[in-house]
Design a protein around this ligand. Structure first.
Ligand SMILES: Nc1ncnc2c1ncn2[C@@H]1O[C@H](COP(=O)(O)OP(=O)(O)OP(=O)(O)O)[C@@H](O)[C@H]1O
Ligand SMILES: [Mg+2]
Ligand SMILES: [Zn+2]
Length: 285
């Protein structure tokens, strides 16, 4: 990798960067929709939303990839129970994602890092280079959707995606609480600045799925994401309730099978997938 250590020098590194960007564009050419799942705040459920959106789209017969670009705390492998390393074709320089149920292809940067060391300090330019290499070298094949899970905030990861994938769209995740909403506004601003179209907002931990009868329970605070979407003229793509089974499922690395959930509990996921399909179809037309 040709990186300028200062990160601010564009001179020597520029051609290599351009080449890399071109490679990324060419490699992602066979993917119709690239969705960047982002949020201003940590722990609001980006990875959860990204995973279940990808699973839900795949269950409907779409070709879907799920990419985790969180170098600091990748959680997709843990949530989906991915233990294998990605297969790397040294000769072709291609990285092959893992294939899961319904043909969902998944890949995390963690699967390529030499050792699982969360204390690794990634300097900005190095991190950007790693993500670009990653975007340019994964053999996704033809996909309808690539769902990209990013770390919270507006740092190098979402920045790199927004700058490198010029037809990406953002899915902004928030919780109903006002404190998270203040942060999520920053994400929305970021999208405006980067000219990254926002597909819509997902309100996560919105109300509660009753642990006994699995019917939705409305809680105080539900609707914050809806209000946010209305204020910014954005689509509300979904309201996913807090469901204790989700925590257990992700801890065990065995995601909930949406087709086996009771109607009340499965409804919000179905709605989210349906809205994403509806709004992407509109955009393509
Ligand atoms: N709707 C939900 N119901 C119950 N638990 C949830 C829900 N959404 C997320 N969680 C749990 O909350 C925790 C944080 O979720 P998740 O990892 O998806 O958040 P994140 O925004 O990706 O976090 P980070 O900012 O660290 O990347 C996880 O333990 C997850 O299982
Ligand atoms: Mg996450
Ligand atoms: Zn109940």
């Amino acid at each position: 990798m040709t990186e300028c250590a200062s990160g601010s020098c564009s001179g020597g590194a520029a051609p290599a960067q351009d080449e890399m960007d071109l490679k990324v564009t060419a490699n992602l050419d066979n993917i119709r929709f690239k969705l960047l799942v982002m949020s201003g705040k940590g722990g609001v459920g980006k990875s959860t939303v990204a995973a279940y959106l990808a699973l839900g789209l795949a269950a409907q017969g779409y070709q879907v990839g799920l990419l985790d670009v969180d170098l600091h705390g990748p959680s997709i492998p843990r949530m989906l129970g991915l233990k294998d390393h990605a297969r790397v074709d040294e000769e072709q320089q291609f990285i092959h994602p893992l294939t899961l149920d319904h043909g969902l292809k998944a890949l995390s940067v963690e699967m390529l890092l030499p050792k699982k060391d969360s204390s690794v300090i990634w300097r900005g330019p190095l991190k950007i280079g790693v993500i670009k290499q990653f975007l340019g070298n994964v053999a996704w094949g033809n996909l309808d959707f690539l769902v990209i899970d990013s770390p919270p905030g507006t740092g190098d990861e979402p920045l790199t995606i927004a700058q490198t994938i010029n037809d990406a769209m953002a899915v902004v995740v928030t919780t109903p609480q006002e404190i998270a909403l203040a942060d999520v506004r920053k994400s929305i601003d970021f999208c405006y600045q980067m000219e990254l179209p926002i597909l819509g907002v997902v309100e996560n931990m919105s109300g509660l799925t009753c642990p006994h009868c699995h019917q939705p329970i409305e809680l105080l605070g539900k609707g914050g994401g809806k209000a946010l979407a209305e204020r910014f003229g954005l689509e509300l793509l979904g309201q996913i309730p807090w469901d204790p089974r989700l925590v257990e499922a992700s801890d065990k690395g065995r995601p909930l099978d949406l087709s086996k959930l009771e109607d009340g509990a499965a409804g919000p996921y179905r709605d989210m997938v349906g809205k994403v399909l509806g709004h992407t179809a509109e955009r393509k037309a």
